[in-house]
Design a protein around this ligand. Structure first.
Ligand code: DON
Length: 564
């Protein structure tokens, strides 16, 4: 029986900023805050804020620092998105996603039998799109920052030249992922393997002299050093030598683009997130719009009913993603229809709180005509209330594993985010069609979702996450955990997560939910599978009195607590 439970008007619990009796506690501050995945990079951001820089200055400094201290995802050879909201309430998005090179073609990732070959799109020189990070950071800094580029690059340069001590997280990732992609490339081996042939370990000092040189060139000559100067020469040479496609013209023509964020309204809060070529903003708003038709707070966090409703809403959104989303410079993305309350209501009416609809019964919606595991996220808020959320990436850990010439710069494998062949899943199990087919100068569809929530006209929550296809649902849960379930930002971060992406038809859950809940979900028809942790949020919440509350995700291996 269909049991649509329209919102009965019960008020969600009051927002918590963290009280002594809570289980998890946010970090507190008065003036500014930086949340990143790495202690050294966080310190770089805080130092810039203390020197009088604004949130954009600090974010760009952090972005450059992470390229040195978090080479799994921090990058100069990749791309990403920045969402920012100024103290005056202007919200804007900067798209510095990689672009397919001029010579890219629709079937470039198919083998001779016409099957998608993920080796080509993940670990070959063809895997890289033209990087956008350096252009994106400069656009942000010139338009919204206050400090010169050479000042905000300086800390990263120092970390690369003088080196830093490898922490547990990097040592683990080098062992687990790096040993798959890095060792076959001489330039990469020279950075992450020691002279005696062994891999860097926790406690070793990692000096990146070539990367320091590249940073110095960018600091002195601006982004042209990367896109038109000596670094461009090295990248193009590396590609020509190894069979990659990125040319000097591709680099010279790359442009970061400022775009209007996707916005929505959820239970009285304004939600801003990344527009296409990210799918994140559209689908977070779409899922929230569907969920607004239900009284999640009444069901409660971790209840089978609340999880069922969220999972069903996610299936419809990911089905639409596969059909409609792509680079807005090439395909017309029907964002108004996808984010409309009316469309969400029509989807909510199909959702049964008691019975899961098999994914095979769900198809991308018919829309009304419209008018016209590695990535990293960091959040920064400054003393004036400027807020910046950045998610950027090489795609998977250490990208393609290829370091371009002697630049010390790891290249991305973002081309895998295109749909190599209609219906064939990419590394995150995502499927797509024409809208996200490979094409020259096209930007591959992303799930990265830097997000800012506004309450009573003031910035309230700054958040985002890595996690491939799981980014959208991770950020979604930050929003509902705080708004619907009244959690403080640390509780919302630490709470176990779940995820449904339509295809595969499985409800993926983290450890930590009650077996009773999982059993009930199974009885509703959900195919529940407990798998490894999802996402790694870095979030800041601003209370109405201006106090700052931050939380870094415990899912990342940290070595902040020392022992011996
Ligand atoms: O843009 C995207 O959606 C992906 N390239 C993000 C990759 C990612 O989050 C990897 N982290 N686990």
């Amino acid at each position: 029986m269909m049991s649509l439970c329209l919102t009965a008007g019960a008020a969600p619990p009051p927002v918590s900023y963290g009280v002594e009796t809570d289980i998890y506690h946010p970090v507190r501050a008065e003036h500014g805050m930086v949340a990143t995945v790495d202690a050294l990079a966080t310190q770089v951001g805080v130092d810039i804020l203390k020197q009088g820089g604004n949130a954009v200055d600090a974010a760009v400094a952090v972005g450059y620092a992470l390229a040195v201290t978090h080479p799994q995802a921090g990058n100069l050879g990749g791309g990403g998105f920045m969402l920012l909201r100024t103290k005056d309430g202007k919200t804007t998005a900067i798209d510095f996603r990689e672009m397919a090179p001029e010579k890219a073609s629709r079937d470039m990732f198919l083998d001779q039998q016409g099957n998608a070959d993920s080796k080509k799109s993940l670990t070959s020189p063809l895997a890289s799109g033209t990087p956008g990070t350096v252009a994106g950071f400069s656009l942000a800094l010139e338009k919204y920052g206050t400090m010169p580029l050479n000042k905000v690059i300086q800390p990263a340069f120092k970390l690369a030249r003088e080196g830093y001590i490898v922490n547990e997280a990097l040592a683990d990732d080098l062992k687990q992922y790096g040993s798959e992609v890095l060792p076959s490339h001489e330039n990469s081996r020279a950075i992450f393997w020691k002279k005696d042939g062994s891999l860097l370990q926790k406690g070793d000092r990692l000096i990146q002299a070539n990367l320091a040189k590249s940073l110095e060139l960018i600091a002195e000559n601006g982004p042209d050093a990367f896109y038109k100067g000596p670094i461009a020469d090295q990248i193009a040479e590396e590609m020509a030598k190894s069979g990659g496609l990125i040319s000097k013209a591709d680099l010279a023509n790359y442009k970061a683009v400022e775009r209007k964020p996707i916005s929505g309204e959820y239970r009285g809060y304004e939600v801003y997130s990344m527009p296409p070529p990210s799918s994140g903003g559209i689908h977070i708003v779409q899922i929230l719009n569907i969920l607004e038709n239900f009284d999640l707070a009444k069901y409660g966090f971790g209840s089978a009913d609340a999880m069922q409703l969220v999972a069903e809403a996610e299936k419809y959104a990911y089905a639409d993603r596969s059909e409609y989303l792509g680079d807005p410079d090439f395909v017309k993305v029907p964002w108004q229809a996808l984010t409309s309350k009316a469309y969400a209501k029509s989807l909510a009416e199909k959702i049964d709180v008691n019975k899961a609809r098999p994914s095979s019964d769900i198809k991308p919606g018919r829309l009304a005509p419209y008018e016209s595991n590695q990535t990293t996220h960091f959040s920064v808020v400054d003393k004036d209330g400027n807020a910046v959320a950045v998610t950027y990436t090489l795609n998977t850990n250490f990208g393609s594993g290829i370091v371009a010439g002697n630049t010390g710069i790891l290249m991305n494998n973002q081309m895998d985010d295109f749909s190599a062949k209609p219906g064939v899943p990419n590394v995150y199990g995502l499927v797509g069609g024409d809208a996200n087919a490979v094409g020259p100068h096209k930007r591959p569809l992303s799930s990265m979702s830097p997000t800012i929530v506004v309450k009573d006209g003031k910035t309230w929550l700054v958040t985002g996450s890595p996690g491939g296809s799981r980014i959208i649902t991770t950020v979604l849960q930050m929003v509902i955990n705080t708004i619907d379930f009244g959690m403080n930002v640390a509780e919302a971060t630490n709470a176990p997560r779940f995820h449904h992406q339509w295809l595969l038809d499985e409800l993926r859950v983290e450890k930590g939910f009650s077996p009773d809940t999982l059993k009930l979900l199974g009885e509703k028809g959900q195919k529940v599978v407990v798998k490894e942790a999802m996402g790694s949020t870095q979030s800041i919440m601003i209370a109405p009195d201006g106090k700052l509350y931050g939380a870094s995700d415990p899912r990342t291996v940290e070595d902040l607590t020392e022992g011996y």
